[in-house]
Design a protein around this ligand. Structure first.
Ligand SMILES: NC(=O)C1=CN([C@@H]2O[C@H](COP(=O)(O)OP(=O)(O)OC[C@H]3O[C@@H](n4cnc5c(N)ncnc54)[C@H](O)[C@@H]3O)[C@@H](O)[C@H]2O)C=CC1
Ligand SMILES: N[C@@H](CC=O)C(=O)O
Ligand code: NA
Length: 451
């Protein structure tokens, strides 16, 4: 990294930025720096100057003027440029050119900023170890919960605490779909298309709706909150694609809304040793719970610190402006610390070498209440069959509702809410029902979020 003995002069030198990716977020960053550049220069101690950019298509109209910036056809070359201090990766994809660029940036001693949760979830440890070894800073505030400063909140604001539990709404697209369907009764595919048009969704929206994006984010937050190595592979993940409008209506009549919740907590692993439980799953959230009022592309993260108590971080989780805000906040961080150097930087709150390798805590012994929905053949004896499986597995049913016909065919929806009990009992009941000709589709299980 550049070093100078003349700090007054350094304070006036612009921090030179290379921007890879000029889509929703990249164009947002250009607009933000253009709009707030003077204020940012005062806060950062130096102006921010975009010097070079790269994207797939040079001539596409993005509504931003690119004429002042050098263009690189091959974005992986941005890192080698002499006129670049900071590389900002806003392309996406866990591997491919985004990863090559990130590695190049660190290799060339350039600070790395990214919004790419997929890349951090898969390669963040490798990149951070390399960056820490070279004293190069790496930041990714935009990668988790968009514009909400939740990484800064945990890494800095809550740094004195042992975090006992962390949970929240981590995907704007899913939250937009669920809350819009709930408010308007509109169709899933139609609302997803609107989320895409608004720039909330990933390039491949299955990452959103299958829960993968939220799992990427949860695994990153877990590392920061619990001081563990990122363990994306062991996030127990389910998305929202199997939720029917009828589930939303049923949940509402029972006093709940449905939200995709990511949850991580230190729990007992095998043989009672400390473990890390991580799950992304749609939950029923009681209407009087703060997360029930998180609508649209808003995200919210609750972190329970042993001295801070419950912290709630809430704000826009997706979209150009909020995400650009987080990216530029990271750039300002780099500008402020540039002359002091980053030799002791702990990317995930603890240096990579000191992160723990915590085993996975299984869900079996966890207790809770849940909602189970079956689509079954409309014939006598089916309810008794389900009730018998529940009884045999030791699941106690709080309410059971047989509701109309979701189609005009010979199917009915049976929804139940269980009393509190071990999750393993529900798993066993569903195992007993496996292969039953009465079941037309695999049952859908959603946990009920406690207080
Ligand atoms: N859109 C959002 O609300 C948020 C997005 N993110 C993350 O930010 C990153 C960018 O997202 P968006 O701006 O929404 O994506 P986008 O699809 O709108 O833009 C991606 C940009 O990268 C360029 N690009 C893609 N593949 C390329 C390649 N092989 N070579 C050169 N350029 C290439 C495209 O031309 C485009 O300019 C992703 O990692 C995403 O997960 C993070 C938080 C929120
Ligand atoms: N696709 C993501 C974008 C932000 O991370 C989301 O919908 O949350
Ligand atoms: Na954030």
């Amino acid at each position: 990294m550049a070093n100078t003995t003349d700090s007054a002069a350094a304070a006036r030198q612009p921090l030179r930025i290379a921007l890879a990716g000029l889509g929703t977020v990249g164009a947002g960053v250009i607009r933000l720096i253009a709009a707030n550049g003077d204020l940012i220069a005062r806060r950062a101690g130096r102006p921010l100057e975009i010097t070079a950019v790269s994207a797939r298509n040079r001539s596409r109209d993005r509504g931003v003027d690119l004429t002042a910036y050098a263009w690189e056809d091959d974005m992986t070359q941005l890192a080698a440029r002499e006129d670049v201090d900071v590389v900002v990766e806003l392309v996406g994809g866990s591997d491919g050119p985004a990863l090559t660029l990130a590695r190049n940036a660190i290799r060339h001693g350039k600070a790395l900023i990214t919004a790419n949760k997929a890349m951090i979830a898969h390669h963040g440890l490798e990149l951070a170890a390399e960056a820490e070894g070279k004293g190069v800073p790496m930041r990714f505030e935009a990668a988790v919960a968009g514009g909400i400063p939740v990484i800064k909140g945990l890494r800095e604001g809550a740094a004195a605490n042992r975090i006992e539990r962390l949970y929240g709404i981590l995907n704007g697209t899913c939250n937009f779909i669920l809350s819009t369907m709930e408010d308007t009764g509109r169709d899933f595919a139609d609302v997803l298309a609107e989320a895409q048009a608004k720039g909330y969704a990933e390039a491949d929206p299955s990452f959103d709706i299958e829960g993968t994006d939220a799992a990427h984010k949860l695994s990153i937050l877990s590392a920061i909150a619990f001081g563990t190595r990122i363990d994306f592979a062991n996030v127990d993940t389910a998305g929202i694609s199997r939720i029917l409008a009828a589930d939303i209506a049923q949940a509402s009549s029972l006093g709940y809304v449905i939200r995709l919740i990511g949850m991580a907590e230190a729990d007992a692993g095998e043989n009672g040793a400390p473990g890390l439980f991580q799950r992304v799953q749609p939950h029923l959230v009681p209407v009087d719970h703060p997360l029930a009022h998180v609508d649209g592309a808003t995200n919210a993260v609750v972190a329970e610190g042993n001295f801070s108590g419950r912290l709630l971080f809430q704000g826009a989780g997706a979209g150009d402006g909020p995400t650009a805000s987080a990216v530029v906040a990271d750039i300002i961080d780099i500008a402020r610390g540039y002359d002091a150097g980053f030799e002791k930087d702990a990317t995930f709150s603890i240096t990579v070498a000191d992160l723990e390798d915590m085993p996975t805590a299984p869900s079996g012994h966890r207790r809770g209440r849940c909602y189970i929905r079956f689509v079954v053949a409309d014939r006598p004896g089916v309810l008794a069959e389900i009730a018998a499986a529940m009884r045999d597995a030791g699941v106690s049913i709080e309410s059971l509702i047989q509701k109309g016909r979701p189609d005009d065919g010979e199917q009915v929806m049976v929804a139940m809410v269980t009393h509190e009990g071990p999750e393993s009992a529900v798993t066993e009941a569903l195992r007993l029902l496996e292969g039953s000709p009465s079941l037309i589709a695999a049952p859908l299980v959603m946990q009920i979020l406690g207080k």
